[in-house]
Design a protein around this ligand. Structure first.
Ligand code: ADP
Ligand code: ADP
Length: 229
């Protein structure tokens, strides 16, 4: 469930400057496909098009054969979970922040999700002092802890489709490995689109798409791409 087909995507923010120039690939249901490439290649734009922050100017995106333009915004956003690079949290308890993933969830379900993300010990805490509007006060939660809250939120939401947009790129190496293994658990058997800078962070993907200048430069498994270098 949740097979995604990107067909001949064309997109520009500014007509003078095309960002995607005919990009086609598929994410089979339950599989993980990673899009890697240099900064500015148009990787995040693909995830924004899937989420319909913007619409393609030519080409199409379908989920299980249905064009995303024919799906209501509400059901599209219910079907897709996103773990972004930098998670912004509400200045309320961590449990409240997790519940945001599915407002109707019970306390037991929130505790379960927190357990998967290994943050059970602080779900009742008020994340005092991390209000992003007063950044000078400094963050109480580390980047890795914030990503764990985002993961718990996604576990609770349990969407068929997952977007991991540079989800570990802001973390130090040790934390990155920890969060990566939590993400591997969450993305198992879910249709997952991973956006990443580096090939080394997407070893487990079923297919890797290398995007350069708005076009697919190479594609294959991690070992196939390494062999070409
Ligand atoms: P990547 O994720 O590969 O780093 P993006 O998809 O974020 O690349 O961006 C591709 C290009 O589009 C970049 O050059 C970026 O500056 C530009 N861009 C991204 N978002 C916008 C926007 N909202 N308006 C104008 N240009 C944008
Ligand atoms: P990230 O790649 O970390 O997700 P963004 O996608 O927000 O970051 O932005 C990627 C690039 O696109 C950045 O260089 C940013 O300055 C540029 N960009 C983002 N939004 C806009 C916008 N609305 N107008 C112009 N440039 C933008």
């Amino acid at each position: 469930q949740g097979a995604i087909a990107f067909k001949d995507l064309h997109f520009h923010y500014d007509p003078e400057r095309p960002i995607l120039k005919g990009v086609s690939f598929e994410v089979p249901a339950g599989k993980t496909v990673a899009v890697v490439g240099p900064s500015g290649a148009g990787k995040s734009t693909i995830s924004r098009l899937l989420y319909r922050f913007y619409d393609v100017q030519k080409g199409s995106i379908t989920i299980d054969g249905q064009d995303v333009r024919d799906v209501t915004q509400k059901s599209l956003r219910a079907a897709i979970g996103m773990v972004p690079q930098d998670t912004v949290l509400f200045n309320d308890t961590i449990a409240y922040n997790i519940r945001y993933g599915r407002p109707g969830a019970s306390d037991a379900e929130i505790e379960q999700a927190a357990e998967v993300a290994q943050i059970s010990h602080f779900i009742k805490d008020l994340p005092d002092g991390f209000d992003t509007k007063v950044g000078e006060r400094g963050l109480k939660l580390s980047g890795g802890e914030k990503q764990r809250v985002a993961i718990a939120r996604t576990v609770l939401k349990a969407p068929p489709i997952l977007i991991l947009d540079e989800a570990t790129s802001a973390l130090d190496t040790t934390t990155e490995h920890e969060i990566q293994s939590a993400l591997d658990i969450v993305s198992k058997n879910r249709t997952t689109l991973v956006i990443a800078h580096r090939l080394s962070t997407v070893v487990g993907a079923d297919e890797i798409i290398v995007l350069k200048g708005g076009e697919i430069a190479e594609r294959g498994s991690h070992s196939e791409l390494l062999a070409q270098d």
